[in-house]
Structures are given as structure tokens and as C-alpha cells.
Design a protein around this ligand. Sequence first.
Ligand SMILES: Cc1ncc(COP(=O)(O)O)c(C=O)c1O
Length: 500
Amino acid sequence: MAFSLLTRQLTASLQQNLRLTTTGCRYVSKTATKTESEFEYDAPSMKTPVPGPKSKELLRQLGDIQNVGAVHFFCNYEESKGNYLVDADGNRMLDAYTQISSIPIGYNHPALMKVLTNPNNMSAFVNRAALGILPPDNFPEKLVESLLSITPSGMSRVQTMSCGSCSNENAFKTMFILYRNKERGYNGPSEEDIGTCMINQSPGCPELSILSFMGAFHGRTLGCLATTHSKPIHKLDIPTFDWPVAPFPKLQYPLEEFVRENAQEEARCLEEAEDLIVKWRQKGKPVAGIVIEPIQAEGGDNHASPDFFSKLRNIARKHGCAFHVDEVQTGAGATGKFWAHEHWGLDDPADIVSFSKKMLTGGYFHKDELMPEKPYRIFNTWMGDPSKNLFLAEVLNVIRRENLLEEVTRSGKALLNGLYALQAQYPHILSRARGQGTFCAVDARDDAIRDSILIKTRNKGAFLGSCGERSIRFRPALVFKEYHVHQLLNILNDVLAEHK
Ligand SMILES: Cc1ncc(COP(=O)(O)O)c(C=O)c1O
């Protein structure tokens, strides 16, 4: 890729901050200092390659019980602190993947340990309530303290759930129920509806659909899987619905340099999405809802502009489709705003916003009109976990007290600039650096090189993830400071310098 003036300027200014060594450039942190030093290590410390001998033995033991093909190594969570994950062999790694993007403020954060040891909270941990029928007496108060303090614009209701897939699955059901309620003019179901739903027939089980996007990931349960299109491994052999799949824009990066080309690509995708909505209505399978991630994560960190989302929101409105924004991975601050959709600048960004991961509890916010009118329509045994709301309330306190969204913006800038510098220095290996906040990615030349970089980086003390076909994904906790960014970039640089 040809680098523009902007990229070259960025690279040049970055290189002024670098001390050159024989293996390439090294970052010397001038501004960033640790503020949580009482609970954080100084640096990675490696004793063995990863997985080490203990992890290998545990892998063998667990392999006798279940499939361990995806297990990287075993962890010592007691010893892990802040941004550092300690493994079973005593290796301490800087963690920029954080349990698939789900640790909000680092390992064993003292504020969360206090929540755990507070005697007033004990009963919430010991007695997991069936929230749909027997919520604890402090549940409304705790919801107000935690989830209702961060409601997305235009929403006043929240339903907790246990995980991301289960949140999306129930959000989809909510959109279908709304669609049918509107069709019936909010009159109750007919005898025919009641009879046919029991034998999986229409109109009780209506031929409705949800529009999703190529490259999307919304979970692995049956309904969610019909909207997931990131990798065949998730979908193979599983029956699914005939629901429309629109193209997600394939943008060129850095976004500022390809504004015209990217706008054309987005216009193409929007046109196709609208055509599909019309086509599926004609087929007798109207689109009740559109589901989309603000940044496609598992599918390869694919971005789209605020203008794209704003126009898609309008298309949803025009065609009477509910608009569901899946913030399971993007939510809770990693992009520098609490919700990634806040970057769109819309007053009415969505009808439903689902969350999980860094939020510690799953669930979804929604508008009033999506409130189910009868009990048990949206229901399961636990419907979330009140003890997670206690942690979430404290996580939100820490985010506010320590200005972590500003911290993420600052660290994210350092990380993205560092990735620009690395791709300029190793253009034969890296390309397409992109990101918002610390929610960043860069592509390797192919998947084999990507995987080899990840393993070598891990053995040098930094743990990263992958996404899409050949992307490296960065998903640090919100307490990942510039200091940590520089540690990470130094390790990556060492790996790239050794790469043949
Ligand atoms: C955007 C998005 N939606 C849904 C999910 C599914 O969440 P879970 O794995 O908790 O079911 C994920 C998980 O990675 C995700 O990234």
C-alpha cells in the first residue's frame, strides 16, 4: 500500500521518540507512568516457551476429558495482576487479549476484590437467583446503580442475560414479537396463531427474517448462527434460516486517506442491504430486524463510517425493521467512548443494544415499545446474575474515577501510531493498521505469518489474539496505559525484526 503524507508524518514524528537499536526501534516511555502500581507488575517475565511443561501436562489431562484444540495454555489467575496474565508455568505475559476482550479493568483489581469480600454482597454470590421470578430485594436499586447509569440514547429498559449469544438470541425474539404485535394492531394472537405455533407452522411461527452482514459474528446459538458469517467452522453442519445477508463494506485504511473510495464502497453495501429487504418482503419473509456490530470484530476488525451507520439506521426506519446494534465486543469503553455507537453522533442510534464481555453481565437495552407484553415470552432460569451487577457497578466507578475512557483514547492513539510505524518499517509483513481507542488490529501477509507472529510474541511475553483471515487483534483492558503500549510495541518490534 502506498503511504500518504499523513502516514509518513506520523511515522516520522513517532520515530523521533524511538531509540534505534540493531534490532529496530524501541519505545522509551516518557509520559506514561503506572498509577495502579500497588496491584500491577512492572514487566513481562518469561521462564519457558508457552505452553510450558505444566501447561502441556494439564493439556494432556484435560484432553482425556474434552476437546482442547483451542486451549492455548493454562493460567494461574491468583498470580495474575492488572494487565499481566500469569500462566501455570509461572510465565508472566502482558495481556492484550484479556479473555477474548472480556476483562474490563485488569486481573484481580483491588476494587473488585473489595466487592467480593464485602459481607453485604455475600448472599448475592452464594444464592444465584432465578431473576425472572424471585429477584433479590435490592435488584431494582442495583440495576439503577449499574446498567441504568449507562443506557444508550433513546432507551430506558434493560433486560439482563447470561452471555452474549443468549442476549442476542433474546433480542432477536423481541424484534419478532414487536413485528407481529404491530401486524396484529396489538390485538392478541388468533386461535390459528396459537394452534400453528405448536407444530412449527405459520402464522404462529411466522416467516420473518433478520438481515445481517457478511463477516458478522453474533454468537453460536441457532438463531444467532443464522446471522453469523465470520468463519465456516462456526456454521458447518448446522441447519439454519433463509435470512438475507448483506455485504459489509470492505474499506481501505487509513480511513482518512480513502474517504472517496470508502464512501463508494459503503453506498454499494447500503444499496444492496435495501434491495435485500425489499426482496425478502416479496419472498414472504419480511425483515423484522437488522443486526450489526459497530466494528466487525471476530470477522476481522472491519470498520464502517458514522455516515454508513446513520444511513443504515434510516433504511431500517423506512422499512419498519427494528435496528439492533450488537455491542457485545465493542461496548464498555474499548473504543474510547462507552458505547462504540456513540461515535456515530446519532440521537436515536438503535432500538436494541446488546452487551456482554467487559460488561461482566450479558443483556440488552431497548426502547419501551420492545417491552414484552406478557411474562415468559422472554425468559430463562437465571436471566443474568445479580452478583455480576455488583461488579459492574464497581467497574463503572473505577472507569469514572480513573477517567479510563480518556486513558483508552490516549493509549489507543499511541498503539495505532505504533502500528503505523511498524507497518511502515515492515511493509512486507504488516498492513492495514486500523483502530478506534485501543480496539485495534493490523493484518499480516497471510495467516501462517500471523500465527507465527502471535506465538513468537507470546514467547517474548505479550499475549495477543487473532481475528478474520489474517488479522492480529488488540483487546487490552481499559487500564492499559501508554507505558503498556510501549512494552507491547517493543516486543512486537523484536519479533518482526527477527522475522525472515
Ligand atoms: C459481537 C459479538 N456478539 C456476540 C458474541 C457472542 O458472545 P458469547 O460468546 O458470550 O456468546 C460475541 C463473542 O465473541 C461477539 O463478539
